[in-house]
Design a protein around this ligand. Sequence first.
Ligand code: OAD
Length: 236
Amino acid sequence: MASQKKIVVFTGAGVSAESGISTFRDSGGLWEKYDIKDVATPEAWMKNPNLVLEFYNQRRKQVLEAKPNAAHKSLVELEKKFKVQIITQNVDDLHERAGSKKVLHLHGEIRKSRSTFNHELIYEIKGWEIKAGDKCEKGSQLRPHIVWFGEQVPEMEHATEIASEADIFIIIGTSLNVYPAAGLVHATKTNCPIFLVDPNEVTNPGISNLVMIRETAGKGVPVLVEKILKGEVLLK
Ligand code: OAD
């Protein structure tokens, strides 16, 4: 039997928009309401940890109330025929809850906390809050398990390796504004078919074999998945 081809799916906030989770840079997006430097940087945490905790507590509440949508669910179907790896910039767990088996989170996970003393001490959060005074086993305050602006992206090297093995690369719902994540597409093999599903104009990151699908994730992804499963996407 021929070895299974590998599909790598790179997602951003847009894949969860139809589940009711706010995106960042659309009109009405989170970065219109909050200043990044007040809530999503190490400096913000030093200056006003309560504000940072509250910001992510609210994000967590929204995630707990959300459900996977048609895009998350259809990506699971691909696993019937392909090796599928999701690389997400999202901190929600909707890919996992839809049933995707391999999900790599580049920017952290909202339902986890981590120690401010040792970044390897990571915990599942029970409920929706991290409170001031919640501590790790070493007695240090817990912070959200999120990669903030100005911090290293520890999973980037791993993600780059995965992208370089893709036989099909699918990008969904990201403005491709935040690096290094946005540069991942450049790690793909020459001639790897690349699709980008987004209802809005996204600047082509300089890739010639990129097919833009101007649809929402909930509409565009199930159609694309069906085409791939029927063998209508030519694999090199
Ligand atoms: P953005 O908010 O920058 O971009 C969201 C993208 O989703 C835009 O291109 C929208 O057009 C698109 N979109 C909106 N509705 C959609 C729908 N229904 N279906 C498909 N696409 C839709 O979010 P990201 O690119 O994910 O990082 O942002 C990247 C990073 O910036 C995030 O991971 C976060 C943020 O600051 C950190 O917090 C570290």
